[in-house]
Design a protein around this ligand. Structure first.
Ligand code: C5P
Length: 237
């Protein structure tokens, strides 16, 4: 009897940004929270999850800090060169991943700057999407009333928030489909700020999977304190 091989789950982490809004003298993913860099928190959460087979990290060409990180794992942790924008970095990492993974395996793309991810959110993402034809992303519903403005920062419209979500990461798609979607965006010079947007361009409909709102992307100096607070709570529970 032919038993189909189960798809594996891999992680890709774009970590080649400089994080200008952080105004720090090193790239924000290398700033430390509780003795570990933001990037180590993000990678370790993925590596210590039972379903994740390995990680490909895109680092900047002039990166001098990656070599100082350490991970206690037998799983592969592979680096590749980052690109001009986030989606170029992800595409490079997928190209590298394709040399060790099956093209129908799943990939979870996670921002280097999100250190507060939980195993519970990865579990939920995989549980909801493992049989899904497209894939999807962690997200949480918008809470505040939403306004649209003109170029003078004057309100022109109140937008119905009932159907609005914050797109978080990880975002989970099949390696082959996501590679194709990102290449299409690059070929057509369309800037996509997340993987789902690249898939949507092809008419596909990613699924939203409710995640924890504290899975924040560290962007400004205030976020660093908030992430430290959230991480303390996660460690304590
Ligand atoms: O700058 P922002 O926080 O939106 O970046 C999101 C993620 O994309 C970060 O993990 C950052 O390191 C990564 N990135 C990248 N290559 C770029 C720009 C950003 O890997 N050229």
């Amino acid at each position: 009897m032919h038993v189909p091989k189960r798809s594996a789950y891999w992680a890709v982490i774009p970590a080649a940004g400089v994080g200008e809004r952080m105004r720090a003298d090193i790239p924000k993913q290398y700033l430390k929270i509780h003795h570990q860099s933001i990037l180590e928190h993000a990678i370790n959460c993925l590596l210590t999850h039972n379903d994740i087979a390995g990680v490909v990290v895109a680092v900047a060409e002039n990166d001098t800090m990656w070599q100082n990180l350490s991970f206690s794992t037998h799983k592969p942790v592979i680096t590749t060169m980052g690109g001009r924008e986030r989606y170029h970095s992800v595409k490079n990492a997928l190209d590298r991943l394709s040399s060790i993974a099956n093209e129908n395996d799943w990939v979870l793309v996670h921002d280097a700057a999100r250190p507060c991810l939980r195993h519970q959110d990865i579990d939920q993402l995989i549980k909801v999407l493992r049989e899904h034809p497209v894939g999807g992303l962690l997200a949480c519903p918008v809470r505040d009333t939403m306004k649209r403005s003109d170029e003078n920062e004057t309100v022109i419209q109140t937008v119905d928030r009932a159907t609005l979500w914050h797109a978080l990461t990880p975002q989970m798609f099949r390696i082959k489909q996501l590679r194709h979607a990102l290449q299409a965006a690059i070929d057509h010079q369309v800037q996509v700020t997340d993987e789902a947007a690249a898939m949507e361009r092809l008419g596909l409909q990613p699924k939203l999977v409710r995640g924890h709102a504290d899975n924040i992307k560290v962007t400004t100096p205030e976020d660093l304190q908030l992430a430290a607070f959230y991480l303390t709570r996660l460690i304590d529970t």
